[in-house]
Write a protein that binds this ligand. Structure first.
Ligand code: CP
Ligand code: NVA
Length: 323
């Protein structure tokens, strides 16, 4: 493998690097929303005349829009390559596709099925790979979520508890690691028979020891929600799991975040969700309540994508100059 730095999971970054990445997202948000944008862009169109490829084998609203917007912000042309657009998987191998695409673009954002596909891309690509969701991780979502928590509850000043009530999936895998790295406690409640990945539990323990944080897992949603400053969930049926829908929905009975469960959280709790959302995981009453920050969270995906391009493409994964 070359010396190129890729963004595969938050767990591959040091605590400091991850904190810098979130700060970069915050910085780009302030630039983008201020009148300085034009001045900034004139000096920072670092990718003018370049392309950024989005190899997406699954649907996307937020990740696609934010990545295309972020590429444009730096002057690059985003190039969306959906599963029906290119030869990959039908006429051409992963290896050949990776070699060819990476020879012509500055960076590849990839949304794939299996984690192993991200690793293969990293192995054979001549440009940075940004994991844009696989079955194990969703690092761009975690950057955005940490920025959103920072804005609303400031984890650098307050000891926060984040309660995840839902599936043990790609989103919580990176989110748990992200929270622990930034000093928050995490409680994960899943139905019996669904357990947080052991690798995440082990990594979480190691991070918690140095950061004085706590990762707890339970099958009791009330226990997880107790005193939480953030209640968060995601779909119970991730993309690619549609075949298991009936059985999983049965398994998740009683795991909806509703007003009854929210009574156990801190009175000023916030509700988060990466979206897209379905009624079974959160009631309308909570999703559209004053506690819900889901739409600000969605907007922050744009700044997370900007931070990822800036760090991994513009700065070649070198965090030293960004401290
Ligand atoms: N949160 C998220 O990744 O949304 P999309 O699937 O719409 O990109
Ligand atoms: N866990 C969900 C996240 C969607 C953004 C999925 O993988 O489909």
């Amino acid at each position: 493998m070359s010396g190129i730095r890729h963004l595969v999971s938050i767990k591959d970054l040091t605590d400091k690097e991850f904190s810098i990445l979130v700060d970069r997202a915050e910085y780009f948000k302030s630039i983008f929303k201020s009148n300085e944008t034009n001045e900034f862009q004139k000096n920072h169109l670092k990718l003018l005349g370049r392309t950024i490829a989005l190899i997406f084998s699954k649907r996307s609203t937020r990740t696609r829009i934010s990545t295309e917007g972020a590429a444009t912000f730096f002057g690059a042309q985003p190039m969306f390559l959906g599963k029906d657009d290119i030869q990959l998987g039908v006429n051409e191998s992963f290896y050949d596709t990776t070699k060819v695409v990476s020879s012509m673009v500055s960076c590849i954002f990839a949304r794939v099925n299996h984690h192993d596909e991200i690793l293969q891309l990293c192995e054979h690509s001549s440009v940075p790979i940004i994991n844009s969701l696989c079955d194990m991780f969703h690092p761009l979502q975690a950057i955005c979520d940490m920025l959103t928590i920072k804005e609303h509850l400031d984890y650098s000043k307050n000891k926060l508890k984040v309660a995840w009530i839902g599936d043990a999936n790609n989103v919580i895998n990176d989110m748990a690691i992200a929270c622990l790295k930034l000093g928050m406690d995490v409680a994960v409640a899943t139905p019996p028979g669904i357990e947080l990945d052991q690798g995440i539990v082990n990594a979480g323990k190691e991070i918690s020891e140095r950061n004085n944080t706590k990762l707890t897992t339970t099958h009791n949603s009330v226990e997880a929600a107790k005193g939480a400053h953030i209640l968060v969930t995601d779909t119970f049926i991730s993309m690619g799991e549609e075949y298991a829908k009936v059985a999983k929905l049965k398994q998740f009975k009683g795991f909806q975040i509703d007003a009854e469960l929210a009574k156990h959280a801190d009175p000023n709790y916030k509700f988060m969700h990466c979206l897209p959302r379905h009624n079974e995981e959160v009631s309308d009453e909570i999703f559209y309540s004053k506690h819900s920050i889901v739409f600000e969270e969605a907007e922050n995906r744009l700044y997370a994508a900007m931070a990822a391009i800036d760090v991994f493409v513009n700065n070649h994964g070198n965090f030293d100059d960004l401290k």
